[in-house]
Design a protein around this ligand. Structure first.
Ligand code: AMP
Length: 372
């Protein structure tokens, strides 16, 4: 694979916060950045050298991106697969398009996770509502029906508690084919970010413990407060999946931990992940820096955690209260993404706090009254 050196241009499809943080990491090393996003002055556009303003799937715009870039990556998975595949045939897209195809479709994703040997919850494929009703007994109740295409942050999901409630899932089938999986009575949600270069060098970041509020990630605590053996199992599962998929770039693996310490893989994202933002301050290599190394064909660095950390998301409703008390917390690293409008539940930024005591810092976060 071609090694891309500083001075070269990295093209990023998608101009959100993940693209922005990728761009900032790449800029430190001296790369130039081109970004394709439908909106001008996007979070990534603000820190890029070249902004191409067009829909993500605009073929002419993708070609323009390819012309100005030495390597192309992406910050989100909902890109048109066929378009990305065509782009990968003529431009340098080291991640390829296959992982995007798989992670866009929960059916394909589940099948690949299972094929890798990593554990998944029992599930059924349900292309139609009738298939769901006919097959649901094989997984039993409660179960969760999820659209195969297009869901995020808990949208496109319905929990069905008994046979009398199957009707509640019917509207999902108007949007997409679905899968249904057994409800997992998990104790914790964790994630492992795994990164691999084309030479096969592979590293995971420390396991994050994720706390969601209203289906949106609220806090990541690192290292996850789980047994050492569970840390090892989680990393092992991530390696199995990355090897099976011949990953190049970044894969976030979301998992459930049961009360007996068993893990179940929930879903994958083929990009840097909200639960890995802590690595910007807390590790010797951030998920963004490592991603840049991977797609530029550089050797990867073995991640080390400097200190336990908590990352808290700043949504639209948290910006004003955060601004009021910012001066009280010099130890907090504040990241705001440059989004114009602080809409409710919109991810506007995050805060990372490195600490000697996770418990004391959780209490400090509570006392700040920003997230209450
Ligand atoms: P997902 O979009 O698949 O990440 O699901 C969003 C959230 O729904 C997860 O973070 C879990 O809290 C919950 N969830 C999803 N699948 C299951 C399951 N099989 N059992 C229990 N909870 C689930």
């Amino acid at each position: 694979m071609k090694t891309i050196l500083p001075g070269g241009t990295i093209g990023i499809i998608g101009g959100g916060q993940l693209g922005r943080m990728m761009a900032l990491a790449a800029r430190e090393a001296g790369f130039r950045i081109a970004v394709l996003d439908p909106t001008k002055n996007s979070p990534c556009g603000q820190v890029a050298d070249i902004e191409i303003t067009a829909p993500y799937n605009d073929e002419a715009a993708l070609e323009q991106l390819a012309e100005v870039s030495d390597v192309i990556t992406f910050e989100f998975e909902n890109i048109d697969y066929e378009g990305l595949k065509r782009l990968a045939e003529k431009a340098n897209v080291p991640q390829g398009a296959e992982l995007v195809r798989i992670t866009q479709n929960r059916m394909a994703e589940k099948a690949e996770i299972r094929a890798s040997g990593a554990p998944v919850a029992p599930y059924i494929e349900a292309p139609t509502y009738k298939d769901f009703v006919d097959r649901v007994e094989t997984i039993g109740f409660p179960c969760i029906v999820k659209t195969a295409f297009g869901g995020y942050d808990g949208k496109g999901q319905v929990k069905v508690d008994s046979i009398d409630q199957v009707e509640e899932a019917r509207p999902l089938f108007e949007h997409s084919q679905c899968i249904a999986e057994a409800f997992v009575p998990f104790e914790k949600e964790i994630s492992v970010i795994i990164q691999r270069n084309a030479a096969g060098e592979t590293f995971t970041l420390p396991v994050a413990e994720n706390i969601h509020v209203n289906h949106i990630l609220h806090e990541s605590i690192v290292p996850a407060r789980i047994e050492q053996s569970v840390h090892e199992e989680a990393r092992k599962a991530a390696h199995q999946i990355a090897d099976h998929l011949q990953l190049v770039g970044t894969l976030a693996v979301e998992m459930f931990v049961l009360d007996d310490g068993a893990i179940v893989i929930n879903e994958l994202a083929p990009r840097p992940h909200n639960s890995g933002h802590y690595s910007i301050e807390a590790c010797n290599v951030s998920q963004f820096g490592q991603h840049v190394r991977a797609v530029c064909g550089w050797p990867l660095r073995e991640p080390k955690l400097w200190a336990p950390s908590i990352m808290v998301n700043v949504l639209g409703q948290h910006v004003a209260p955060l601004e009021q008390v910012i001066g009280d917390y010099p130890d907090w690293s504040i990241h705001l993404y440059g989004k114009a409008e602080a809409k409710h539940d919109r991810k506007m930024g995050h805060v990372t706090i490195m600490t000697d005591s996770i418990d004391e810092t959780l209490e400090q976060i509570k006392q700040s009254n920003i997230w209450n």
